[in-house]
Design a binder for this molecule. Structure first.
Ligand code: C5P
Length: 222
């Protein structure tokens, strides 16, 4: 049976998933799962431990509490790994690429399944943002969206987000990084970033954040 208060938002990098997920969670007063942050944490651990050993990384990941909170006033996702604040460090393209490399690994993906499913409380409702939310983690969701946008538009948005957290990167490098991640995330064998059969695909290239939110709300509210 489909679950009405479960909304999945998947798609490629920079297509507007995070912004839409946050605004819907605020509007509907649902919880929010930003699953990319968990994968970025995996990337950060790999970088720090200088390893790609999935078991070693999973052990470290499970050794501390992970808190992900959206700070509405600062428009920033605050992330604490144990007592350490890692919010900005997680945003770098280096960490994102490491996350994408490790996201191909089934041991890592299986380790993260429970972390992600625990976010859903049927009394509250959930917006889940990622690559495989509608296909693998929450196939029972009634509302599934898959966002795409042109590479130019996505790179512009990503550049703006990186600047907001004080990270500098040039446009050609950013475009190359996004393309490499798209290629890897879309073509991997397990949990590729593809729309679920029952997902609605939306091209956000020409939509404002507000326009996209209203379009989705109209669909959900009928
Ligand atoms: O969404 P974000 O850009 O933060 O995700 C970073 C990387 O984590 C993605 O490029 C992807 O490889 C991986 N990821 C994933 N499955 C998810 C969320 C993120 O494989 N559900």
């Amino acid at each position: 049976m489909k679950v009405n208060n479960l909304i999945t938002i998947d798609g490629i990098s920079g297509a507007g998933k995070g912004t839409l997920a946050k605004s819907l969670a605020l509007e509907l007063d649902y919880s929010l799962l930003d699953s990319g942050t968990l994968y970025r944490l995996v990337g950060l651990i790999a970088k720090r431990l200088e390893t790609s050993d999935s078991k070693e990384i999973a052990k470290e990941l499970n050794s501390r509490e992970i808190i992900i909170e959206f700070n509405d006033l600062k428009n920033l996702t605050e992330v604490f790994f144990g007592s350490e604040r890692v919010s900005e460090e997680l945003r770098s393209e280096e960490v994102a690429m490491k996350a994408s490399d490790l996201a191909k690994n089934s041991y890592i993906r299986n380790t993260l399944i429970k972390h992600q499913r625990d976010y859903f409380d049927s009394n509250k409702g959930l917006i889940a943002d990622g690559r495989d939310m509608g296909t693998v983690i929450f196939p029972q969701a009634k509302w599934k969206f898959f966002l795409i946008a042109s590479i130019e538009e996505r790179a512009k948005r990503r550049l703006r987000q990186l600047k907001e957290v004080g990270l500098e990167v040039n446009m050609p490098t950013l475009i190359d990084n996004i393309k490499a991640r798209d290629e890897q995330d879309t073509n991997r064998d397990i949990s590729p970033a593809v729309p679920a059969d029952d997902a609605l695909t939306i091209d956000t290239s020409d939509l404002s954040a507000e326009g996209l939110k209203n379009k989705v709300l109209k669909i959900i509210k009928g």
